[in-house]
Design a protein around this ligand. Structure first.
Ligand code: XMP
Ligand code: MG
Length: 179
């Protein structure tokens, strides 16, 4: 991993390397297989942040599963704007499906707690959340997080799909905002 990286006006230091990320996703894939291997689940990946995570997780699943993508946004810069915007709607039928939401990170929990009722309204057979990263100290909206990859401190992170004002998503590993 590079010693530190500059994204726009901010410096970031190495935090989670490729092996750590990959091992965590392998564990998540095994847990999901144990629970859903015979259920043909429907994954709903939340864009933009989860595009790398959902791709890497999906490749590790060796059982029948579907995936679709929706876009929500609640961040401006390094602070949550508090507004949840659905930019791309859901066009897959989810009634009676076993649905697993894929998120890059659960921070305050605002995004998912606002979005989940929309899914529940469509009567899935079951609904669970899988997030690569979780910041428990930042979470204010309660959520039942069935699958958590890595628990991290309440510091802003970029890389591996996560952005700072649109940049830094291409970093293959995860960096933390320098103090
Ligand atoms: P909430 O607060 O609604 O946030 O749980 C969820 C969404 O906000 C983005 N987010 C981040 N993006 N570094 C980022 O690049 C972070 O540290 C961070 N924290 C939250 C992310 O898109 C997530 O889906
Ligand atoms: Mg996201």
């Amino acid at each position: 991993m590079s010693a530190s990286v500059q994204v726009l006006d901010k410096s970031f230091v190495p935090f989670l390397d490729a092996e750590t990320i990959d091992a965590s996703i392998a564990t998540l894939a095994a847990q999901i297989k144990a629970d859903y291997g015979d259920k043909t689940p429907l994954f709903i990946a939340i864009l933009n942040g989860s595009f790398m995570f959902s791709s890497d997780l999906f490749k590790k699943l060796d059982f029948p599963a579907e995936i679709c993508f929706i876009k929500l946004a609640s961040y401006k810069g390094t602070k949550s704007s508090g507004h949840v915007i659905t930019a791309i709607g859901l066009d897959t039928v989810i009634k009676n499906r076993h649905v697993i939401i894929l998120e890059d990170i659960v921070d305050t929990g605002k995004t998912l707690s606002a979005f989940l009722p929309e899914i529940e309204h469509q009567q899935p057979a079951s609904l669970s959340i899988c997030t690569l990263l979780h910041k428990p100290e930042a979470q204010v909206h309660p959520l039942d997080l069935k699958y958590i990859g890595i628990t991290i401190p309440n510091k802003f992170v970029v890389g591996y799909g996560l952005d700072y004002d649109g940049f830094g998503r291409n970093l293959p590993e995860i960096y933390q905002l320098k103090d």
